[in-house]
Ligand binder design. Structure first.
Ligand code: NIG
Ligand code: FE
Length: 430
C-alpha cells in the first residue's frame, strides 16, 4: 500500500463551490477559437486566484479576494493550499473500449519483434478485435470503467472515444453502446467516434470492396441513425485503408452527418495529411511522417493536427511529428494520448506533456494549450470546456504543484490532488 489512495466517484452537487488559495489559476481564457502561434504560450494565469462554480458551471474566476467576497453560507470552500488549478485535460484521441490486453505482444516487442511484424501475422489490432468480439457489452463497460478511473485520476475530464475493435456491424454497435453507457455511468465525458475503418477484418481480406460496402451502406447509416457517434475516423495507411478507400468512407460519413477525423501518415508518408486537407476534416491525427507540403496543406484547409507522442514512445520509435514546424506554420496544434492496448497504453496527459517538451520541443505552456482549449475545439466543445471561464463546465483539477511547468517536468507522477467534473469532486488523492 502506497502513501496515497484514490477514491473515484460522484459526490452530490453542493449549491456552490469555491476554490481559493491557488498559486496559479491557469484559466486559458482568451479568444473564442483555437489558439495558434504565440497564443499557444498565453495561459492567462491568475496568481493567488480563486474560482466559484454553481450548478456545475463556472460563475466567477478572479483573485482570491474577489472570490472570497462572493462566498455565502451554502458554499463549499476548498483551500487549494497554494497548489495550481487547471482545466481538466481534454484528450481528443483515445481508443478506450476493448477487451483484454496485449501484454504478450508487449513482451515480444521488448525482445525485438516489431509492431508491424506482429500485425502481419494476425496479431496487433486483430488480436484485440478477436477478444472484443468475444466480450459482452457488460464486460466491455466493466473494463472501460477501470480506464475511466485512470483518465479521471490523471486529470482528464473529457475524452474522444473511438470504436474500431469490432469490425462487424453488431460489434461496432456494441462498442459504441459501451461508450454511451460509460458516458452516463461514469464522471468522465465521452465524445464518440465511429472507427469501423480501423482495419480490414480477416474475413474480408480477399474482398476488401465488400468491407467498404458494409461500412458505407450499412454501418455508417445505422450509426448515424442511432446517433451513436459524432465523428467518423479512418486508419489511412498504405497497408490498411488507401487514400482512395479512405476518401470514399469519409465522404459517406459526411453525407451521414458525421464530423471527420483521420489517422494520417502514422507509419509512412501516404498522403493522409493531403487528403485531410482536401476533405477539410476537423482533425488529422498522428502525422509522424507528414512533410512540409502536408503541413502547408493542413494550414490552408484549417485542419487541426492531433499529435500523439505516447504512441511514438511506446512503439520505441524516435520519429516524432514536426510539432515546431506546425506551430510556426500557424496550425492549432492538439496533443492527445491515443490510449489503446497496442501502440499507446497510457491514459496520462501529463506523460504526453513530458514527451512533447522533451522530444517535440513544445514548451509546457504550448502543451497545456494543446491539451485543453485547442483539443476542446476539435470536439465541437470549444464554447463549453477547455478553459476556466464563466459559463463553462466546472471541469477543473487541483494539481499538487506550485508552478504549472512542473506538470511536464516531473514525469511519471500522478499530479492531481482533486479532480472536479461539472462541479463534482470525482477523484481525490489522500
Ligand atoms: O492510433 N493506428 C491505428 N490505431 C491505433 C493502434 C491501435 C492498436 O494497436 O490497437 C493507433 O496507434
Ligand atoms: Fe489512434
Amino acid at each position: 500500500m502506497g502513501r496515497y489512495t484514490f477514491q473515484v466517484g460522484t459526490c452530490s452537487l453542493p449549491t456552490s463551490l469555491a476554490v481559493i488559495n491557488c498559486s496559479q489559476l491557469v484559466t486559458l481564457s482568451g479568444p473564442a477559437r483555437p489558439r495558434v502561434g504565440p497564443e499557444l504560450r498565453e495561459l492567462s494565469i491568475i496568481l493567488n486566484g480563486g474560482i466559484l462554480a454553481a450548478g456545475g458551471r463556472i460563475t466567477h474566476v478572479g483573485s482570491r479576494e474577489t472570490i472570497e467576497a462572493l462566498i455565502d453560507a451554502d458554499c463549499e470552500v476548498i483551500d487549494a493550499g497554494g497548489r495550481i488549478v487547471l482545466p481538466g485535460f481534454v484528450d481528443a484521441h483515445t481508443h478506450p473500449v476493448f477487451a483484454g490486453t496485449r501484454v504478450n505482444e508487449f513482451e515480444e516487442r521488448a525482445s525485438g519483434v516489431t509492431y508491424q511484424e506482429i500485425a502481419a501475422r494476425g496479431g496487433g489490432i486483430q488480436s484485440t478485435v478477436r477478444a472484443t468480439r468475444d466480450a459482452t457489452l457488460d464486460q466491455l463497460v466493466a473494463a472501460g470503467k477501470r480506464y475511466a478511473d485512470w483518465f479521471l485520476r490523471t486529470g482528464t475530464t473529457t475524452v474522444e472515444a473511438k470504436s474500431g475493435y469490432g469490425l462487424t456491424l453488431e460489434d461496432e454497435l456494441k462498442i459504441l453502446k459501451a461508450i454511451q453507457q460509460l458516458n452516463s455511468e461514469t464522471s468522465l465525458n465521452y465524445v464518440p467516434t465511429f472507427l469501423g475503418a480501423h482495419d480490414v477484418p480477416p474475413e474480408y481480406r480477399s474482398r476488401r470492396e465488400a468491407y467498404l460496402s458494409l461500412l458505407i451502406e450499412e454501418m455508417l447509416p445505422r450509426v448515424a441513425k442511432e446517433k451513436l457517434a459524432e465523428y467518423c475516423d479512418v486508419f489511412c495507411e498504405a497497408k490498411v485503408f488507401t487514400i482512395v478507400e479512405s476518401k470514399k468512407i469519409l465522404v459517406a460519413a459526411r453525407e451521414n452527418g458525421l464530423g471527420l477525423r483521420m489517422h494520417a501518415d502514422q507509419l509512412s508518408l501516404s498522403g493522409g495529411a493531403l487528403l485531410a486537407a482536401e476533405l477539410g476534416t476537423t482533425t488529422a491525427d498522428h502525422l509522424e511522417h507528414t512533410d512540409d507540403a502536408g503541413i502547408a496543406a493542413l494550414k490552408t484547409a484549417g485542419v487541426q493536427p492531433v499529435l500523439l507522442p505516447g504512441s511514438v514512445y511506446a512503439l520505441g520509435s524516435t520519429r516524432y511529428p514536426m510539432a515546431r514546424e506546425m506551430i510556426e506554420a500557424g496550425l492549432a496544434v492538439v496533443l492527445a494520448t491515443d490510449f489503446n492496448p497496442g501502440s499507446s497504453p497510457t491514459p496520462s496527459m501529463t506523460m504526453v506533456l513530458s514527451l512533447a517538451s522533451t522530444h517535440m520541443k513544445m514548451t509546457p505552456a504550448e502543451s497545456i494549450t494543446a491539451s485543453t482549449i485547442n483539443a476542446a475545439y476539435t470536439l465541437n466543445r470549444g464554447k463549453s470546456i477547455g478553459s476556466l471561464e464563466p459559463g463553462k463546465a466546472a471541469d477543473f483539477v487541483i494539481h499538487d504543484c506550485e508552478d504549472y511547468r512542473e506538470l511536464a517536468y516531473f514525469f511519471g507522477v500522478e499530479h492531481p490532488w482533486k479532480v472536479f467534473a461539472a462541479g463534482n469532486e470525482v477523484s481525490t488523492r489522500y
